[in-house]
Ligand binder design. Sequence first.
Ligand code: PLP
Length: 388
Amino acid sequence: MSESPLYAELAAQSLQLAENGLTRRRRTLDAPCGPLARVDGRDLVSFCSNDYLGLANAPELVEAACAGARVWGVGSGASHLVSGHMRPHDDLEHQLAAFTGFPCAVLFSTGYLANLGIVPALLGRGDAVFSDKLNHASLIDAVQLSRADNKRYPHGDLDTLERLLASSSARRKMILTDAVFSMDGDLAPLPALLELAERFDAWLVVDDAHGFGVLGDQGRGSLAHFKLGASQRLVYMGTLGKAAGASGAFVAAHEAVIECLLQNARSYIFTTGSSPVVACALLASLKLIENGDARREHLRRLTAQLRDGLTDTRWKLLPSPTAIQPVIIGDNFEVLRVADALYQRGLWVPAIRPPTVPKGSARLRVSMTAAHSPAQVAALIDALHDLA
Ligand SMILES: *Cc1c(COP(=O)(O)O)cnc(C)c1O
């Protein structure tokens, strides 16, 4: 039987990826998330995860999950609006709202789904979104789904943003930004963005996937880092699969925004409620985040150690103040070669290539966690010096 032409096309696509050094491969881990990863029978020091506080396998979360499963079972059985909204979900929403200083919060199953829910729920045709060009893919997809006009401004370019806002006659406006840019590690100028949002009566939607739990007083996130209080123009999205160590996300905002999401966000309405086990683990995680100054301080020290150790290498470090420390290599094949050489030495650092980052800026994305040791960071610094 001859193969369908559909498959010839897939094969051609896959060849094209390979020729450009863009094929992605998964590795299967045989141990929990942590600084030591076990792959193919080898132990590797991993600088890949977004588990910034080292909570993904913390005993407190594991215990809370086990205890939660005994009380609540594993599945929620339905969407939140039908019968899948359980006491642990509700408690968590209240605690997250209080923790981030907003009147109200709602849980989503993932950050991707939260973003896909927010933009189309609040905006439609004839409205306008103003997005930073380096925004996360989930925000880009969300704007497309909303059918609102998409005005993109160059990364961090407040003058262009102001011009675009001033010339817009859209009824509803929304500024959309990562708080910590996921592939560069830098912070959005949130105070200036909020000032523009107030001045032009726009919402400012802040995606704090990489700031929640890590930045600000007690890990309250990027808004707290900039000492910004809750404003009715702010919509805050935090994810729970990175520093919080489990999975999920939440949106915190004015009651009317949260009510609008409950009624309209399709990625909320048409999906099964997340497991109550995860909510139980997250209630424990929130306590550790709140009392996590020692973890955050250790993380800051390790990050400074890495930056100090790499000041004089051939490859450029971006000016990132966060746990995301990209080493820019440029070429797709060279970044793969370097990542591979590190891997051979037992150091696992992901090679990030287009389309995740702009062409010609392929990079190693080193991410530090509070579970790493200074010796592990020193080993990475030494290896990078050798390879450069
Ligand atoms: C990881 C990430 C998301 C998606 O969150 P998930 O919970 O992993 O779906 C959204 N925005 C940014 C900036 C991210 O880095």
